[in-house]
Structures are given as C-alpha cells and as structure tokens.
Design a protein around this ligand. Structure first.
Ligand code: CA
Ligand code: CA
Length: 336
C-alpha cells in the first residue's frame, strides 16, 4: 500500500487513519516539492540545487545513499538533538529525492521501535546502523524492523553522531561528547571520541582533543586512514587505525558536520560556521558552496556526483551536483 506523503508530524496520523479505513491511495495532501533535474546540464542553473525535498522531514540530520537499492535514507531527529523522546524516524527518498513512503520507513513512534534522535547512518550487509544519542540501533534494510540496539552509555557516550563501516568490518561511531544546558548553550559533559563495535562488542577506538566534538567520519582509501571533522573545531583530523591519537591534516572554517571522500581522494565536508560545503585536498580547504544554512551530515552518490545536504534547521534536503559548483579559495594551506 502506498500513499502520497504530507508531513509526518501531524498529517501522518491522518494518513494512518485513512489507511486503516482501507483506502489505498491518498492524494489530497500531496504537494510535489521535488524539483526535476531532467534539464540538460548545460541549461541547468548551477546556483540552484538539482533536486530539493521538504516533504516529511523534521530536523533532518543525515542523508545516506544506498547504491544497491538506488535510494536515499534520511534520518530525522524530530525535536531536540539530545532528547530521548522516542519519536525520531527515518524516511526513504528515491534517487531524485522523491518521497517513497507515506509513513516513516523506520519510526520511533512504533511500539517495536526505539529511536529518539537519529543522526549518522551506515550500511553493513542487510542492516542500517544508526547513531541515537548513546546507543547504536540496527534496522533491517528491507523491512525496517529493529534488529539490534547496542548501549554505548557505559563508554560515556553522550552525543553519538556519525557512523561508518571499516574495512575490518567494525562499525565506527563518533561521539561528540556534547550536551546543552538549560539556556541551550553548548556543554561538554563527555569525551570527543571514536567508538567501535566489533562482533557486537563496543570499545573506545581513539579519543580526540577534548571539546573538539567529533562529528563526521569517512574512510579515506588512498590515505588508509579515517578523516574526521569536529563540530567544535576548525581542524580536519586523521586517525590511522591502531594509533593512540589523531593528527591534524589542515583546517577549515569550523563547525564541521558531515564528510565524504570522493573517488579522486578529495574530501567534501559541511560547515555550520559559514553555512558552506568545502573541499579538502592536500591540506587545503576550498569553499565549494555557501548559503547552506545548518548543513548537517551530507550523503554522496558517486555515480552521479551528487551531494545530498540536509539543512537541519530548515527541514529540507538539497541535492547539489559537485561539478557545477564554483570554486573560490578560502583557507590557505598551513605554512610548512
Ligand atoms: Ca526526537
Ligand atoms: Ca553529524
């Protein structure tokens, strides 16, 4: 059964009620807000995203491309990032950003799902692994059913953020170690660190500099190392597995959230500090695109060179072609 999608905050209940009455298609609330990217590349405005999606999003934190199923997963915090309200959800978007589900594919509101404030995601085998404050949740990629929940609170996790699968089969999770006081100000009750789960057993992989707030993590094949950006640091970190500490590859504008590594070795990361995407190569950050308010954990489809940017505070995901973005130097390489 498939319906058109409205928003999951209030209208989902309506859709559910209609579904319960046996109606198989609901179109009254449908509003196509996914733009077509079918125009020839030479005629497309490079200052506009290829696609834009707003339907069914509530505080989207992360977008992940599934090359096998040719779809995007979007995690939605739905509320405050550190709050255990069990209302977080994950939706699927088609290749062009079009909504696929009338109700969330994975929904914390369901009785058999625990999901508070989902952030980074990664795929291993037939499981979608999701960071959720102080636990790692596992969901079946086909059914959406919850298959695992691994408590990382014993490792002092306070703000799990991004997830990536290593070539060793381990699931690596950044822990920003942050919190927020009653005024909303950033606090650091925990440790900026990377945790790893191997064979269901969690441990601390490495600690980052205190208060750096480790956020995005991505494997860099040609460097044979992890690249990490911090939400509270301008540094671009590298960690060679087995090393007892990270090193600094260079700097950027700070406020780092998502990072992806392209096939040519360039890394692209998002920054809340200047609302941008930047590209990082050979120790130098170069701004790729500005004007992206609260750009969180980006996703990447290498076949189409398409970057998906969840705009955390705008309940929107924009899809940008990285080849079309103008390039202007912003941060010089450090002097040797
Ligand atoms: Ca929530
Ligand atoms: Ca993040």
């Amino acid at each position: 059964m498939r319906f058109a999608v409205c928003s999951f905050t209030r209208r989902a209940l309506l859709s559910f009620e209609v579904a319960a009455l046996g109606v198989t298609t609901v179109t009254a609330c449908a509003r196509p807000d996914t733009e077509s990217g079918d125009a020839p590349a030479g005629r497309r405005d490079p200052n506009r995203p290829v696609y834009t999606t707003t339907t069914g999003l509530a505080t989207p934190e992360s977008v992940l491309w599934d090359p096998t199923r040719q779809l995007w997963f979007v995690s939605n915090i739905n509320g405050q990032a550190p709050e255990k309200d069990d209302n977080g959800y994950i939706v699927r978007l088609g290749a062009r950003g079009e909504p696929m589900d009338s109700l969330p594919f994975i929904n914390g509101a369901d009785e058999d799902i625990t999901l508070h404030a989902p952030k980074g995601m990664a795929i291993r085998g037939d499981t979608l692994w999701v960071a959720d404050i102080d636990a790692l949740r596992g969901f079946d990629l086909t059914s959406g059913k919850q298959v695992a929940s691994i408590d990382l609170a014993p490792l002092r996790a306070t703000f799990l953020n991004d997830v990536a699968v290593g070539h060793d089969g381990g699931i690596y999770i950044t822990d920003s170690g942050i919190g927020f006081d009653t005024t909303g100000a950033l606090t650091h009750p925990g440790q900026s660190q990377i945790l790893v789960v191997r064979n269901g057993v969690p441990s601390v992989a490495v600690k980052l500099p205190r208060q750096s707030a480790a956020n995005g993590i991505a494997w860099h094949p040609s460097r044979n190392a992890w690249m990490i950006v911090g939400f509270n640091s301008a540094n671009i970190f590298e960690w060679v597995m087995g090393a007892t500490e990270t090193t600094v590859l260079g700097t950027g504008p700070g406020g780092g959230d998502g990072v992806v590594v392209l096939g040519d070795g360039r890394a692209i990361y998002s920054s809340w500090a200047d609302s941008s995407l930047s590209v990082f190569v050979d120790g130098t950050s170069t701004r790729l695109r500005k004007g992206l308010n609260s750009p969180a954990d980006i996703g990447y489809d290498p076949a189409r060179k398409l970057i998906a940017v969840p705009l955390f505070n705008e309940n929107r995901v924009e899809f940008w072609s990285i080849d079309e973005a103008p390039v202007a130097p912003t941060v010089p390489a450090p002097t040797p």
